[in-house]
Design a binder for this molecule. Structure first.
Ligand code: NDP
Length: 471
């Protein structure tokens, strides 16, 4: 019998997704460029399951029921184009290709157009949750034409993580919208990871805490409504692990250089293009860039002087260090608020017609940024679908009003200790800018008019004005 769907690319994600589909009752056929991997999989994790293998793409396509549904889980970029070109000659009208890799959303826009002009369906689908999520239930963000989505809806609904109000998958919108939403998801993820790293640095260097002591604070935070999340949970776990060589905290042995594969960069580039203000997310990206300049930092430390850490009390660890928690909560909220703002502007600019509450809903399970806060985000956008900034929703406004003093104290303590906290300090500037009705850009306007006759508006009368500022 023919298989329900096909998978191209038996990497860690592909293997787990196909096992997930099989567990949920969907038969499949798998193909991998290097055939040995297919054979190993069929004899290993894929043994005795309704999963068949194929040596080449022609055989692969012939084993699929029509209309064919083909999920590609290959390296993003040129590999995806290569697979599309190799498989297209064997496909027929109405067949559907789904790209589950981390594609650049503009690449997806192009591929949707190309494939649809050949009467094939094309879905660009962001997948989050890593290898474990792929196996047990990821969060999926599929975009493309609605009719294409309908052909895979039941498959995706079963494969996705399940939360109290449904599966963590929904039709996102046309074109590259699915990959766009995944990109922004990753931007928010960059932000939260950096925020937790900054909290760790302060606990370690300002408060002199051990890995286990810091982990306990994370454990406390993970029980609160504001911070309970997958990333806080794994941070606690990472901080507890010891190096088997000498039983010291393993995290201290890890080289302080963070990698990136592009989604954080694309988030920030898109934000700048759309005119979205995303300083917290940008600071996390820059944090990774700065971290990779290890040799330069090693040298600079020997010639640049600055303040040195001394103890500051952020509150009792057994109470979750309330001041530090204030800072972490507000920076986390800022990451989500900035990410949602990019989505709002992209929805208008690219006609994605994104449903903000649904996006918050599908991020509640399976994905890396899942958190209890997302229920509040979902509620805020349900209440007001055209909310211009999460922070002006009542619940979030209260958070800012209650915690801004804590964030301020933590950022100033960090500055006094000479410890960089780019996400926390950017958040403080973001919130202080946002709550300031009159900013000093009036003077920038004066300068622009002075050197370039760019003209300015006035606050007291309508019109466009120019002044000869220098005699
Ligand atoms: P990789 O990104 O390492 O990709 C491995 C797969 O790509 C292999 O099957 C490989 O085949 C295939 N491949 C590479 N180049 C080509 C090519 N030119 N033609 C055909 N096939 C090719 O694997 P992952 O499973 O980690 O990721 C798959 C996709 O999912 C990527 O786009 C990734 O960004 C995305 N993703 C990954 C996540 C993760 O946590 N790892 C999470 C979410 C998304 P071969 O065996 O022959 O080399």
């Amino acid at each position: 019998t023919k298989a329900h769907f096909g998978l191209v690319g038996l990497g860690v994600m592909g293997e787990n997704l196909v096992l997930n589909a099989e567990r949920n009752g969907f038969s499949s056929v798998v193909y991998n460029r290097t055939y040995q991997k297919t054979e190993d999989f069929l004899l290993g994790r894929g043994v005795n399951k309704s999963i068949q293998g194929a040596k080449d793409l022609q055989e692969f396509v012939s084993k699929l029921e029509r209309p064919r549904r083909v999920l590609m889980m290959v390296k993003a970029g040129a590999a995806t184009d290569a697979v599309i070109n190799q498989i297209s000659p064997f496909l027929e009208e109405g067949d559907l290709l789904i790209d589950g890799g981390n594609a650049q959303f503009m690449d997806t826009e192009r591929r949707v157009k190309e494939l649809e002009s050949k009467s094939f369906g094309y879905i660009g689908m962001g997948v989050s949750g890593g290898a474990k999520g792929a196996l047990e239930g990821p969060s999926m963000m599929p975009g493309g034409t609605k009719t294409s989505y309908d052909a895979i809806e039941s498959l995706l609904n079963k494969m996705a993580a399940q939360v109290e109000d449904g599966p963590c998958v929904t039709y996102i919108g046309p074109g590259g919208s699915g990959h766009f939403v995944k990109t922004v998801h990753n931007g928010i993820e960059y932000g939260i990871e950096q925020i937790l790293a900054e909290a760790y640095d302060l606990m370690k260097r300002v408060c002199g805490m051990s890995g286990d002591e810091m982990a306990s604070v994370m454990g406390y935070w993970n029980k609160t409504e504001e911070l309970s999340s997958y990333l806080v949970e794994i941070t606690e776990a990472c901080l507890r692990v010891k190096d088997p060589d000498d039983s010291s905290d393993l995290v201290e042995k890890i080289m302080d250089k963070a990698g990136q594969k592009g989604t954080g960069l694309w988030t920030v580039v898109s934000a700048l293009e759309l005119g979205a203000s995303v300083p917290t997310i940008y600071a996390s990206l820059n944090g990774r860039v700065m971290s990779s300049m290890k040799d330069q930092r090693n040298y600079a430390e020997t010639i640049l002087n600055g303040n040195k850490p001394s103890f500051v009390d952020f509150g009792k660890p057994s109470d979750g260090m309330p001041l530090l928690m204030d800072a972490v909560v507000l920076a986390t909220i800022a990451s989500y608020a900035q990410g949602m703002d990019i989505l709002r502007l992209a929805s208008e600019e690219y006609d994605y017609d994104l449903d903000m509450p649904s996006i918050a809903q599908i991020w509640k399970g399976g994905c890396i940024i899942r958190s209890t806060l997302l229920s509040r985000i979902q509620d805020a956008f349900k209440k007001d679908p055209s909310l211009t900034n999460l922070i002006i929703d009542k619940w979030f406004t209260d958070q800012v009003n209650n915690r801004l003093s804590g964030l301020t104290q933590v950022v100033s303590a960090a500055a006094n200790a000479g410890i960089p906290v780019p996400c926390l300090s950017s958040t403080l500037d973001y919130l202080n800018s946002f709550r300031t009705s009159r900013l000093p850009q009036n003077l920038v306007q004066a300068m622009r008019d002075c050197f370039g006759s760019h003209t300015y508006e006035r606050v007291d009368k309508a019109g466009s004005f120019h002044t000869e500022w220098i005699d």
